[in-house]
Design a protein around this ligand. Structure first.
Ligand code: SAH
Length: 225
C-alpha cells in the first residue's frame, strides 16, 4: 500500500463524481507542468474543487486558474497548490501550519497527507465557511483558527512545515522560531508583481533558503476582518 493509500487517500472518493473527467484532465495538466508527487496528485484527483467555490463558478472549478472566493480573496490556482504542497512535503511532515485558510482547498489537500494541520485565516467569514466545509467533507485533523497567521500559533509549535498563501515582504521571525529543526517553510515573499516562492529549511547548522519560481499572491493583511 502506498503512503497516500494508508493515509485516507480515498477520503474524498465518491463526492462529486460528475466532475471526475474534468478533474482528471486537470491532474494530467499538473503532471505535464512538473508535479510528480503521486500523493499530491492522488489527493487532488479525489478532492472536489467545485465545492470550494460559489455555485456560479462551479463549472470553472477544474480550470487551472485562481477564482474569487469573496472578500477580495481568491482560491489559489491548482498548479500553485500542487507545487507548494509537493515542495513542502519533500519528506513526511507530521504537523503543518497553514497561513491563509481561504476557502480551505489547500487545507483539504494537506489534511490527508499530514497528521495534523493548524490553519489560520484572518477573515472570520472565510474561516467559519472553510471550517464547516471541511467538516462536511469528513476532515477531522485540522485545527481552524481566526487570527493573524504570520504570528504563528505558539500553543501548537514547533511545526514540521509552514505554508503561507498570502505574500509578505519578509519572513516573520516568529515563524522561524516556531519551526522544528528539520522543518521547512514554503511561502511567497515580495510585493505586487515582484514575488517569489521561497523555501527555507531549518537545519541544526542554521537556515538554508532557496527561491523556487515567480508567483502572484494576494497580500498579507494586518488587523482582523
Ligand atoms: N489557499 C487558499 C488561499 C486563499 S488567498 C485558498 O485556496 O482558498 C489567501 C488567504 O490568506 C485569504 O483568505 C486571506 O484572507 C488570508 N490572509 C491574508 N492575510 C492573512 C493573515 N495575516 N493571517 C491569516 N490569513 C491571512
Amino acid at each position: 500500500m502506498s503512503y497516500s493509500d494508508q493515509l485516507h487517500k480515498s477520503q474524498y472518493a465518491g463526492i462529486g463524481m460528475t466532475s471526475d473527467r474534468t478533474r482528471k484532465r486537470l491532474i494530467d495538466q499538473l503532471r505535464t507542468m512538473g508535479i510528480n508527487d503521486t500523493n499530491v496528485l492522488d489527493v487532488m484527483q479525489s478532492l472536489p474543487r467545485h465545492v470550494f467555490v460559489d455555485e456560479a463558478l462551479a463549472s470553472r472549478a477544474y480550470e487551472n486558474t485562481a477564482l474569487p472566493i469573496g472578500h477580495g480573496q481568491t482560491i489559489s490556482q491548482p498548479y500553485t497548490v500542487a507545487l507548494m504542497t509537493q515542495t513542502l512535503l519533500n519528506k513526511p511532515r507530521a504537523k503543518v501550519l497553514e497561513i491563509g485558510t481561504g476557502c480551505g482547498y489547500q487545507t483539504a489537500v494537506l489534511a490527508p497527507l499530514c497528521t495534523q494541520v493548524v490553519s489560520i485565516e484572518r477573515i472570520v467569514k472565510l474561516h467559519r465557511a472553510a471550517r464547516d466545509r471541511l467538516y462536511d467533507l469528513g476532515v477531522r485533523n485540522v485545527v481552524f483558527r481566526h487570527g493573524d497567521g504570520f504570528a504563528g500559533m505558539t500553543d501548537y509549535a514547533p511545526f514540521d512545515g509552514i505554508l503561507a498563501a498570502a505574500v509578505s515582504e519578509d519572513v516573520p521571525p516568529e515563524l522561524i522560531d516556531q519551526l522544528a529543526i528539520g522543518g521547512r517553510v514554503v511561502m511567497p515573499v515580495g510585493r505586487d508583481a515582484r514575488q517569489h516562492l521561497i523555501v527555507i529549511d531549518k537545519t541544526s547548522n542554521g537556515l538554508v533558503q532557496q527561491e523556487i519560481e515567480a508567483v502572484r499572491f494576494v497580500p498579507r493583511l494586518a488587523g482582523l476582518g
